[in-house]
Design a binder for this molecule. Structure first.
Ligand SMILES: [Zn+2]
Length: 283
């Protein structure tokens, strides 16, 4: 019988420190309860920790797969690409290069928009992708969002948007800030047309997305313990030098203070969206 010795150099750089998000490999450590979990078990549990119910962040495609009736998602605006209007560079890297690697790694953009069915109900569904440049809102996110809204108006469909974003995309400067008014104006048109907008806030929903479409839902749902706010807790502390209360900017705090209507665990999200569409959405 032969044994394989693992040389010390193989373990160099290996860290037992729990990562914040789901790493590659068979096992992962839950960032909340620190339990070592079998990756497949977590995936089968909708990417929720079976021990403590920590909701892991989802990329856009996984989110859509979890919500829609199988094979029903028809994407809108998949070919849209940013033009890098400022020729922006930061930390020695061009924005256009960052975009290329983000496209290669995460897919089309920081939001996926399309027509789909959720438990048999037709919807326009948008899911943001935090893994694409922090889910930041630039010109493509704004344009895809508005195309989705236009389609919802044309076809009298409810609009469901799952937010996960660090805010406006600074690489596009004022063009990204313009998306806040552009998306809000589209929602005003949608509202005038009698549309039903269901906004779902997930961890994290911050900055320009919170300050525009995410908080404009006819009904606003949050996933448990999601960070939701405008400026992050660190920025607030550095600005006003005051410690924030425990749980500040988390879903439960916002529910208590009337900023969200309900907290829905991921396992119930699909059925709850269906129920709310039946109750509030146009036939
Ligand atoms: Zn856990």
């Amino acid at each position: 019988m032969t044994t394989t010795k693992i040389s010390k150099s193989k373990w160099d750089g290996f860290s037992l420190k729990p990562r914040r998000e789901m790493p590659e490999g068979l096992w992962l450590a839950c960032p909340s309860c620190r339990e070592m979990l079998f990756r497949k078990t977590v995936e089968d549990n909708l990417h929720v920790c079976p021990k403590c119910s920590h909701h892991f962040r989802l990329d856009g495609r996984t989110r859509i797969r979890q919500l829609v009736d199988e094979g029903s998602f028809e994407e809108i605006g998949a070919d849209l690409r940013s033009t890098d209007p400022l020729r922006f560079a930061s930390s020695g890297q061009q924005y256009c290069e960052r975009l290329k690697s983000a496209h290669a790694k995460a897919g089309s953009e920081a939001i996926l928009v399309g027509k789909a069915f959720i438990r048999g109900r037709g919807v326009i569904l948008a899911a943001m992708d935090f893994s694409f440049l922090g889910g930041s809102m630039g010109m493509v996110v704004g344009e895809k969002f508005c195309r989705g809204v236009d389609r919802a108006i044309e076809e009298s469909l409810p609009l469901v948007v799952i937010s996960a974003s660090g805010g406006a995309r600074m690489h596009e400067g004022v063009v990204s800030l313009g998306q806040m008014s552009k998306t809000s104006a589209a929602l005003a048109r949608f509202d005038e047309a009698g549309g039903f907008f269901l906004s779902v806030l997930t961890d994290p929903t911050t900055g320009g997305v919170t300050a525009s479409f995410a908080m404009l839902g006819d009904i606003i749902i949050a996933e448990p313990n999601a960070l939701i706010g405008f400026a992050g807790p660190r920025t607030i502390y550095q600005t006003i030098k005051i410690e924030l209360p425990e749980g500040f900017q988390r879903s439960e705090f916002l529910l208590e203070h009337g900023f969200v209507d309900m907290i829905v665990p991921r396992k119930d999200l699909r059925s709850e969206i269906g129920r709310l569409i039946d109750y509030c959405g146009k036939p």
